[in-house]
Design a binder for this molecule. Structure first.
Ligand code: CA
Length: 416
């Protein structure tokens, strides 16, 4: 456990010295200069400026970049070295005179997407979510597909529309077919939903043809962010068969500005739920002599300011190591800046469901908010905020901040 920091950090801050999440920011006086920042308490450390002032060695170049990508590319040994440096700067009084001038009030900076997203994959790793969706859409058959417990199901998404928290989410237009109709119509999505997920940020590139074994997962997973996989359920339902998610998902995916290092989550590791079906050896990490890969992360979802769900990430069936091993087992390579989403996080209870489609059972059971507002799906003006915390060392909490997005009306559909 690190020594106390000399920075004044409020007791209830999600960003104590044991967290040190990474982001990228600009300031009002230098709006075009993107800089790497590390959140601590109510401040952001300008990490590049601190590196120069503290006389950092080879790691300084990784912190003076305008994105996290060079750091991501540098791999695990560099991640450990940089985190040790940051911890030393913020805990050792000897560094204080050089480092302190580079602390900025966190509410004075503008956060940006912290890394250029390379390839983006979204998984479907919650048994409760997959079961609920199966019951809604296939009520007469087994809710889980035959493959579900043998491999973590996923799809390749659109990295170019991943946006940072706070970016407005424009309601998409598209084809959808109303109930009982034989032909589709075109227009604004009528069933806009969120999906509360975690995103895993990947570094340490690999060559094509080199699978990442379970034991190597920590060499490639840099950190964890919050992710909202905005979903147009009506567009999705009409287009998905037989090739999977496409325009119903690709219009926007929001992520939190702060990337919590995997190293900050050591105290959050828990055993994932047991597998009740045998799995192939490349996905079987039981008894591998490594720390458990389940993560005790408590997620909270607020709609129009009101908590509507508290999904527990500890209930996820597939771990990040299994997702990464499966994603690369065919020889697909990794690039620095790859991102994979966990899939909607849903627990066993109604109030733990991580999407409106489950919370309202496909619109049949509207949510009623405290002010009497009813919701089946999202309306223009609605703001959706996802936050999360996890256990840190010595009874502390590790916070993820939040990913927020407000739905705005889209362009009038063209008659052309
Ligand atoms: Ca998803």
């Amino acid at each position: 456990m690190a020594a106390p920091t000399w920075v004044a950090v409020p007791d209830d801050s999600p960003f104590g010295v044991h967290n040190l999440p990474y982001g990228v920011f600009t300031t009002a006086d230098r709006p075009r200069e993107r800089r790497i920042g590390v959140a601590i308490g109510d401040h952001v450390l300008d990490a590049g400026a601190a590196a120069r002032a503290a006389g950092a060695g080879p790691e300084a170049g990784l912190l003076t970049a305008p994105t996290l990508n060079p750091l991501l590319a540098a791999g695990r040994s560099a991640w450990t070295a940089v985190r040790s440096l940051l911890t030393a700067w913020l805990t050792d009084q000897a560094h204080r005179p050089a480092v302190e001038p580079h602390l900025l009030p966190r509410d004075s900076v503008t956060p940006h997407l912290a890394f250029d997203v390379a390839d983006y994959v979204d998984f479907y790793a919650s048994e409760h979510h997959a079961t609920n969706v199966g019951r809604i859409f296939r009520p007469d058959v087994e809710p889980l597909p035959a493959n579900w417990k043998h491999l973590p199901i996923g799809y390749h998404g659109r990295s170019g529309t991943i946006v940072v928290s706070g970016t407005p989410v424009v309601r998409p237009n598209g084809q959808r077919r109303g109930a009982g109709l034989s032909a589709p119509s075109f227009g604004p999505c009528e069933r806009l939903d969120f999906e509360a997920e975690l995103g895993f940020v990947v570094g340490g590139p690999t060559a094509q043809g080199e699978p990442v074994a379970l034991a190597e997962a920590e060499e490639h997973v840099f950190g964890v962010c919050l992710l909202n996989d905005w979903s147009a359920r009506d567009i999705q339902a009409w287009e998905t068969v037989p090739l999977g998610p496409f325009l119903g998902k690709s219009f926007a995916t929001s992520v939190s500005p702060w990337i919590v290092p995997l190293d900050a989550l050591a105290a959050a590791r828990v055993d994932p739920p047991p597998h009740d079906v045998g799995i192939l050896p490349y996905l079987d990490d039981r008894g591998a002599g490594t720390p458990p890969r389940g993560l005790d992360i408590a997620v909270e979802v607020r709609l129009r300011g009101e908590v509507v769900s508290r999904p527990p990430f500890s209930t996820m069936y597939w771990t990040y190591a299994q997702m990464l091993a499966h994603m690369t087992v065919n020889g697909a390579s990794l690039r620095a800046g790859d991102l994979f989403g966990s899939g909607t996080i849903s627990g066993p209870l109604r109030e733990q469901r991580g999407a409106l489609i489950e919370l309202t059972w496909n619109g049949e059971e509207p949510l009623v908010l405290a002010d009497g507002t009813k919701r089946t799906f999202l309306e223009d003006g609605d703001e959706l905020v996802i936050s999360a915390t996890a256990p840190g060392p010595g009874g502390t909490r590790i916070g993820f901040g939040e990913v927020a997005g407000r739905v705005v009306a889209g362009p009038e559909p063209s008659v052309n």
